[in-house]
Design a protein around this ligand. Structure first.
Ligand code: GDP
Length: 200
């Protein structure tokens, strides 16, 4: 299940411009600041993978990284920028939704959810949309090392609340993994999970 090599392949503006070599892929998605770059770097555990999506002007692109010359990690634009205009948010959704609904090689979506804060509406909306559209989903809870702050709740309590709030959109609860890029929690579990979904 180890990641030995990661190679940036391309940025695509539309689902139909994505690579067409039929390799399986995992899309990684979450609110900006959820810890996506940290998680990808923890998974790869090598030199920093330059996330193209962080570069100005590339934020609205679908970025394909080829892993071990056999499967893809797909970095999708983050959602929920506090300052984004309503129009920019709509843009995000129609664009990314097109990718989810049309990408036959998509083995799973890893939806990153920050476990150090209470359930956020935008994450619930995204999870519910994916559930209603039968997109195969794994919840990857990030920042599970964080202790509760002030009146906040602990990560495990936030996770339980999140799961209760999405339950009605899922006949069976999707798999979920607790992670921390600081302690390495969940790293091996996530790699193993992805290899099981790929069937090798
Ligand atoms: P991105 O915008 O989703 O790519 O998020 P980043 O990976 O840049 O992380 C956003 C912030 O959260 C940074 O300040 C990170 O140091 C912090 N962060 C990311 N992952 C973790 C984690 O697992 N634990 C803790 N405590 N902080 C994290």
């Amino acid at each position: 299940a180890k990641i030995k090599e990661v190679e940036f392949v391309k940025s695509s503006g539309r689902a139909k411009d994505c690579p067409r070599d039929n390799r399986p892929e995992f899309a990684i998605l979450g609110r900006s600041n959820v810890g996506k770059s940290s998680l990808i770097n923890a998974l790869v555990r090598k030199n920093e993978v330059a996330l193209t999506s962080k570069k100005p002007g590339k934020t609205q692109l679908i970025n394909h990284f080829l892993v071990n010359k056999s499967w893809y990690i797909v970095d999708l634009p983050g959602y929920g920028f506090a300052k984004a205009s309503e129009a920019a948010r709509m843009d995000w959704s129609s664009f990314t939704k097109g990718y989810f609904l049309n990408r036959d090689t998509l083995v799973g979506v890893l939806l990153l959810v920050d476990a150090s804060v209470p359930p956020q509406k935008i994450d619930l909306d995204c999870a519910n949309w994916l559930g209603r559209n039968n997109i195969p989903l794994t919840f990857v809870f990030t920042k599970c090392d964080k202790m509760k702050v002030g009146k906040g709740k602990r990560p495990d309590e936030n996770i339980r609340n999140f799961q209760q709030l999405i339950a009605e959109n899922y006949p069976q609860h999707p798999p979920w993994i607790m992670t921390s890029s600081v302690t390495g929690l969940g790293r091996d579990e996530l790699l193993l999970h992805m290899s099981q979904l790929r069937n090798y």
